[in-house]
Design a protein around this ligand. Structure first.
Ligand code: EPZ
Length: 433
């Protein structure tokens, strides 16, 4: 097994370049199924979720050509299969976007049901299914498979009101609607940056989507989408993770290739904690010299504080002065990482969606096991802040969402390396996010 080994309590200094957004990439790659012709997608992050999705498309008959380390050409004209590789699909959550794309293109889809999430809870898709049915699909879920078929062979537009601003349901229904007959309106839609990025990608290929980024998205079905090229936005959560790391360790880092607006919800919270933040055109300078102050955090749908930054901010608050209260407003629970941080001396009490973080003077290095993508990132931050050595196992979770995290951290002064333990079997990680 590969483990990260971190010698902590060193301030971070230098510059870090942010990669393309994982949660945009995992929606845009399946969207290429809707396009007749070649899509050139630039600024793709080099992470295993992207490689896995490209492999799934290839196995379905798509032509995927690597142009450079962050750019691919995808031509799905030759795709005829509407059932994707079951084993590969089970490995990444985002494979469920294939349902919307296959239904939209072929009027039929057979896709693995996404498994339970790593951060302790189910990952229902009832809102996705409600929307597909409203658009005229028959949807059955049995034996770990979701099978959907458009009555009459083609979906029709519909007005859909989501019970909650689900990112996945908003994305899946957009994919299903772009080639449907007539107009679809998604109300209570998610507003995350990656929703807007997907809509911009689809519109650049000839779709007619308006209102992405607001809670009402209107989609007029078109006959077909032609090829084109598109560059993926920078990753809001990767950037937020590096901002949080500097807040925890102290120091000064220029985080480059970002959209500062997307980070407002994160930098605003860091400023409350006594961190200096200066927005540039496409960068953010983060600096922390003074002791960290405690604060309260409530995670919400965008533009609120992102749930995907919740474990990372908890790791930083663990050594802030005073007691902070974190409320998880999106997932029923997301605190599996707390027991790992407690091994380092963190004092965190969890009660359902609430975590009470009592700041301690310092954390001490320990041997930890990552349990999901963002929990793993939080453990890296805690290790960077802690005195002594921290080892982290199951780093496959982390590497599904963070391109070259070791290189990027070493580049800003972190003492972090990978260590291989050949005798320890690497678990088959069955789910990213
Ligand atoms: C996406 O997951 C992200 N994953 C998650 O990021 C992120 O935490 C989440 O959105 C919220 O921002 C990807 O984009 C690949 P949801 P998704 O549908 O789409 C409930 C990461 O770290 N719900 O917005 O699965 C659900 O239980 C990952 O990158 C239903 O009840 O999230 C949750 O409580 C982790 N029924 C809430 O809505 C549904 O049909 C939000 O879920 C759908 C969702």
């Amino acid at each position: 097994m590969t483990r990260y080994l971190i010698r902590g309590a060193k301030p971070l200094r230098g510059e870090v370049e942010i990669s393309g957004a994982k949660n945009a990439a995992v929606a845009i790659i399946p969207a290429a199924l809707l396009v007749r012709g070649t899509c050139r997608i630039e600024n793709l992050p080099q992470i295993s979720d992207v490689f896995m999705l490209l492999k799934i498309l290839q196995l379905m008959g798509a032509e995927v050509k690597t142009v450079d380390s962050h750019t691919v050409d995808i031509d799905c004209s030759g795709v005829t299969r509407t059932v994707a590789d079951f084993d590969l699909m089970q490995r990444i959550r985002a494979s469920y976007y294939l349902i919307g794309a296959l239904l939209g293109r072929f009027g039929t889809a057979g896709v693995a049901m996404p498994g339970g999430c790593n951060f302790g809870g189910t990952r229902p898709i009832d809102q996705h299914i409600k929307g597909f049915r409203a658009m005229g699909a028959v949807v059955e879920t049995s034996g770990g498979l979701v099978e959907a078929r458009a009555k009459g062979g083609k979906l029709h537009g519909s007005a859909i009101f989501l019970d909650m601003a689900s990112v996945g349901a908003t994305i899946n229904l957009m994919l299903a609607a772009v080639l449907a007959e007539g107009r679809t309106v998604i109300e209570n839609a998610a507003r995350e940056p990656h929703i807007v990025d997907l809509a911009n990608f689809l519109n650049s290929m000839g779709a007619d989507i308006r209102g992405a980024g607001t809670n009402v998205i209107k989609i007029r079905g078109v006959k077909e989408l032609r090829g084109g090229f598109y560059s993926i936005i920078p990753d809001q959560i990767e950037a937020g993770t590096y901002l949080a790391a500097v807040a925890g360790t102290g120091g000064e880092v220029l985080v480059r290739n970002v959209i500062p607006k997307h980070l407002d919800c994160i930098t605003g919270k860091l400023q409350e904690m006594g961190v200096d933040v200066v927005d540039g055109e496409d960068s953010v300078l983060v600096r922390r010299k003074e002791p960290l102050r405690c604060t309260n955090v409530k995670t919400m749908y965008y533009p609120g504080f992102p749930t995907d930054m919740q474990p990372q901010i908890a790791a930083v608050l663990a050594t802030a002065q005073g007691t902070s209260i974190i409320t998880e407003g999106v997932w029923a629970t997301r605190y599996k990482y707390v027991s790992e941080l407690e091994k380092m001396g963190a004092r965190i009490t969890v009660d359902g969606r609430i975590a009470i973080v009592e700041g301690v003077p310092k954390l001490t290095g320990a041997r930890l096991e990552a349990c999901d993508l963002r929990a793993g990132a939080a453990m890296v931050i805690a290790g960077l802040c802690a005195e002594g050595v921290t080892e982290i196992g199951h780093v496959g979770y982390i590497e599904r969402g963070y391109e070259n995290i070791i290189g990027k951290l070493r580049n800003i002064g972190a003492d972090i390396m990978t260590v291989n333990y050949p005798g320890e079997q690497e678990d088959e990680i069955l789910d990213a996010m």
